[in-house]
Design a protein around this ligand. Sequence first.
Ligand SMILES: *Cc1c(COP(=O)(O)O)cnc(C)c1O
Length: 418
Amino acid sequence: MSLDTAIAQPTIHPELLSAFSQDEFNSHVMTTYGRFNLALIKGEGCTVWDTEGKTYLDFVAGIATCTLGHAHPAIIEAVTAQIQTLTHVSNLYYVPVQGELAKWLVAHSCADRVFFCNSGAEANEGAIKLARKYAHTVLGITEPVILTANASFHGRTLATVTATGQPKYHKNFAPLVSGFEYVPYNDFAAIESAVAALDGRVAAIMLEPLQGEGGVNPGQVAYFQQVRKLCDEKGILLILDEVQVGMGRSGKYWGYEQLGIEPDIFTSAKGLGSGIPIGATLCKASCNVFEPGDHASTYGGNPFVCAVALAVCQTLERENILANVQARGEQLRAGLQQLATKYPHTISEVRGWGLINGLELQADSNIGAIDIVKAAMAAGLLLVPAGLKVVRFVPPLIVSAAEIDRSISILDRVLATI
Ligand SMILES: *Cc1c(COP(=O)(O)O)cnc(C)c1O
């Protein structure tokens, strides 16, 4: 059965079909993105439709964002009800649904307090500011340093792009923000000696539990436990960037649960709103040093986004979606592992947690992640690279067993012909 016959054709407004012009788009929108030759106009579950009416199995999910897939009834209901009631006021006033969402997040994590904003970068900015204030007011460090990892990704604002340990994202944006130093990931000796060399100036260590953008590199349990212990001994804050791996994607609510540790501060965004823009900085009561006037965001935690994110959280819990993430993740890795055995000259490794997985390509093969992604797209499967040699699989967390099987059979055809 082909993809086209497997899925009923959608009702798309005829004017949207084929009316799209890339040239016109690029004459108005800044070309900050290298976009694929594909324009999407409709989604349902794990399927999206392009302007020609062709369907794709969406294993990108807006880059690990559309937790409940596209057009989920719980989201439609929450969006509709809230937009008819109250969209936006201001944090000049109490917003009850913001409190409800914070209560859910606190009940389902190690955090005691939440600050809401609009994106992953903004959530990390909040974490950085919180750690700096803690350094100045509690630790008595006048020039605090935050250690981050090589190959990390923390966002594109100036502070978070500086925190991002990838020189390609820094090029042409100097002067960067001071107070960041980089260490290799999953290397405890390196972080221990960096802390010693900085002689009491390290305020925080900021890491992803699993590096997403940097190549789907899971954190090692022993490493994170040693880092946690080092932080405890030295009074250093541990900040975890859960923007990509949090909110159930790893098969647990938070990536740190895979590592058997708790952070002092962590951040969430991508999956939190399942496509509605929201971010959050969460912390333990012990480092909650923000006071009125210290930090703010006009849209942060408005009634609209909080009602939708609360619906996402409640749906994850009510429908026991974490169990699906675990089962579908195992199924996906088993299928990818079979492909790795079948195509050993192309694939070197399969790795990941839950529904964030990477397929690493052989270093000496001339096939890059982008080649697989383009061929899979032509065959009806959307995937996203994580660096030059890793293909990333981050489908909606509601993905079905049949959809996982279909992704593997499409990829099998792609690998046989590439
Ligand atoms: C995507 C991402 C960010 C940045 O999030 P934006 O919403 O694009 O600002 C930060 N950290 C990690 C780990 C991410 O994957």
